[in-house]
Design a protein around this ligand. Sequence first.
Ligand code: AMP
Ligand code: MN
Ligand code: MN
Ligand code: MN
Length: 290
Amino acid sequence: MATNSPRYDLHSHTTASDGELTPVALIDRAIKNQINVLAITDHDSISGLDEARYYITKNHFALQLINGVEISTAWNDHDIHIIGLNIDVNNLDLFNLLARQKMSRIERAEQISLKLAQLGITHAYQHAKSYAKGDVVSRAHLARYLVEIGAVSDISKAFKQYLGKGKKAYVTPKWCEIKVAVKIIHLAGGQAVLAHPMRYNLTTAKLRRLLNEFKEAGGDAIEISQSRQTHFERHSLEKYALEYGFLGSQGSDFHGLDSYLDLGQLVPFSERIEPIWQHWPSQCVSIKGK
Ligand code: AMP
Ligand code: MN
Ligand code: MN
Ligand code: MN
């Protein structure tokens, strides 16, 4: 990417959901990695945004923060993630939706905890809740507990053996529908982005149905550029964006430093696709300091 074009990362997590960095530490990372425009998109939560924005303002960082959220939705037995960008964080419909989603998260975590207790692993909910620094309890927090007590050797095994779909302690989540998420993102003045379309392990026919339904619901964009993608994935996403008339978005889905990807680390954005930020007012064209 040319040195004078702004660097966008429009998908990232903090301790407000299952990210490992606090909002402040995430902003430091964004500055270090010379990102110009960053969206914080916590799962079903906007509670990391205030702290991040305050920190940027206080330090006069030349970093534009986009108010974001990643809403979990239920679609034909799949968890589909819809990102809202440039949302009004004071919107009441959005507040109510996120409150319902967080409640569903608590109920699901309690049910998972019951299943784990039946398998001899006790107090999982209480521990997961204590790992959750924000208002969102995630399976990622339950996974951390399973690793902590040595029930599994790593996070990925926690999902493979206990928490993943159909596994021993799986509980079907009660998320909102895609069309509800899109509608509420729009009511809050934002744009709706289908997150990581190739990560749902859908057949091509099913992925096309998802893209159709997202389009019918009024979806604006799909993520076409992520941290690690095969040539086939990139090519397919470009093709779908053009075919269905979606704008393109990009984001690392950064969760923490010990993951294999870094904030702002992205494959190049295709010049054939109109970027979601095309008509955004630009506040930052260069980055100050390191
Ligand atoms: P939840 O939104 O509570 O269902 O939790 C899902 C989160 O757990 C995702 O956002 C990922 O960050 C993480 N996750 C899901 N599957 C895996 C996996 N197989 N290995 C590691 N982390 C995972
Ligand atoms: Mn996550
Ligand atoms: Mn996601
Ligand atoms: Mn994400």
